[in-house]
Design a binder for this molecule. Sequence first.
Ligand code: G6P
Ligand code: ZN
Length: 543
Amino acid sequence: MEIATIASAPIAGQKPGTSGLRKRTRVFMEPHYLENYVQSIFDGIGGVAGKTLVVGGDGRYFNDRAAQVILRMMAANGAAKAIVGQGAILSTPAASHLIRLRGTDGGLILSASHNPGGEDADFGLKYNTPNGGPAPEAVTDRIFAATQAIGEYRIAVAQDVDLSTVGTTRLGDMEVEVVDPVSDYAALMERLFDFEAIRALFAGGFTMRFDAMHAVTGPYAREILEGRLGAAPGTVVNATPLPDFGGGHPDPNPTWAKELYDLLMGEGGPDFGAASDGDGDRNMVLGRGAYVSPSDSLAVLTAHATKAPGYRGGLKGVARSMPTSAAVDRVAEALGIGCYETPTGWKFFGNLLDAGRATLCGEESFGTGSDHVREKDGLWAVLLWLNILAATGQSVKALLEAHWRTFGRNYYSRHDYEDVESEKANALYDGLRAKLAALPGQAFAGLTVESADEFAYDDPVDGSRSERQGLRIGFQGGSRAVFRLSGTGTVGATLRVYLERVETDPAGLSREAGEALADVARAADEIAGIRAHTGREGPDVVT
Ligand code: G6P
Ligand code: ZN
């Protein structure tokens, strides 16, 4: 096999964000762009000679060609083996599982998650470590340093590997094993959940709609829900993955999965609704007439997890990202288990999961998961919900309302201001940071500030410290506003404002979230000057 060593030079901006490197697809397609980054990953992890890596992605535009480049570069860099999903497809949780199952040296996941796909949309690439989780900052820092020092990359001069059929082939000295992307993952789900009980639920007439949003979970959901659990054919909609996700925005929330949301909120919808994102790690869950906020979902799943066989022995602890509501905290307290608050980004859960301190984790950004893999897992959350519904015989709405009566309700909403000019967003954010110390005692929109700080996290497992992880403002009475700038965007800045208010009065549990949070939203705007800085009258997306 001929190996070409290509002279190259650092390309600015190849800094991994919250979840790997995400850029416009056309940027990734520029000469040397992908190659430089792949070589930098290899250099940043100490080379890939003799190593085995899992490779797969969410099927978006450029996924197939990028996978071939990665394979040629792995071969040229001396890798022993690549385990690749058929057609270069693997959902992010399935990739995480495969990395762990086969004891590999990690994996490369091609995805920009919930960002739109296509030649004029977004692409992404991230490295996951041997524990199956996204690389921690120490590793991504080394990768970034390698992008700034690169002088050449190595690539095999070879034809494309046939990834269309399951089986083993070679690329030079490297073995390439093409695997069915669904089967190992589906087997794992069968071990964790009571498939018999869920089958009985569907057989009894329970109805569901799963919106795969033309993204990677289509084949997984079809096989598991319709194939193994007996949900009616057609339960999974938009089930064929498309390179541009059908022109949609594959993000499972009330805005982007509006049709599903409206169906469940209206009359005559199915009993249960769910959706997942581009790469299959996010989830949205709905019951008839009941939207389950991600923060509430984590709390309810924590309260009922032991109804699923995989969690029968109890939970070791739970973890949530800082902007996620504190609903789960009270469940953890009642269960007498540990509860951790981490910065945004699934990678921060990795150490807690590895150390056996947490079993379930969740984020307000529609992510829920457990120690079965080291990524959040959309279908896993859906199956745990189904298991709980089957075990209790209750509706989603009844479960949620019972939960609020027991633990109180954390009204919660996130307001996103998207594609704000970076200077304006930074001015707002830095301005707010500068006045945090002066805020306690002041009143805004009738709410008095009790505390204001910038969140920093000390990892209890490895002692590492992560600073500048969001600005939090606590009000008297337990309401809260949190400000962050998104770390996953590809253009401009996205300002996220997270609003929360705790209600324990049984008479006040069924208000509309927007109305219950109106004063917190007003106070947040007054404090940070959102409208003044951004020129926007309101948020672009409310979840
Ligand atoms: C990805 C990460 C999550 C994170 C989310 C939002 O999905 O995996 O862990 O919560 O992005 O990140 P952002 O920085 O855009 O708020
Ligand atoms: Zn995702």
